[in-house]
Design a protein around this ligand. Structure first.
Ligand SMILES: [Cu+2]
Length: 128
């Protein structure tokens, strides 16, 4: 009777190990993101302006529109100008961009402006 429990316990332990293995690379990625956030400030500390604004062009697909908060989620490609890999993320959009003209699934080009890990979408146009 007791022996019958072992396979179950093993399965629980195995899945615990698997989720640990899956969690580790994730925290590695998060550590990289915070390193990314620190680096510009460190490099700029020798210069006069500590928070340099960077503009970058990118392409992506709209995966969500948040009209109430004027935010947009892109599944975007790599953005070499700011050293970002491809990822899915939400951005605040400047008020001059009309989100009503856009829809989920649209492939677009967009421009970002900001510093560190905080970027705002400045313009959105259809991808060629
Ligand atoms: Cu991103």
């Amino acid at each position: 009777m007791d022996d019958a429990r072992y396979p179950t316990l093993r399965a629980v332990l195995a899945s615990a190990l698997i989720s640990t293995a899956l969690t580790l690379p994730m925290s590695g990625a998060l550590a990289q993101m915070s390193d990314m956030k620190k680096m510009p400030g460190m490099n700029d500390s020798k210069m006069s302006d500590t928070k340099k604004t960077t503009t970058a062009d990118a392409t992506g697909t709209i995966t969500a529109l948040n009209a109430a908060n004027h935010k947009i989620t892109f599944d975007h490609g790599p953005i070499p100008a700011i050293d970002w890999p491809a990822m899915k993320m939400e951005f605040a959009v400047v008020p001059s961009v009309d989100l009503a003209k856009l829809k989920t699934g649209d492939k677009v080009k967009f421009t970002l402006s900001g510093s560190g890990n905080t970027y705002t979408v400045q313009s959105i146009s259809p991808a060629p």
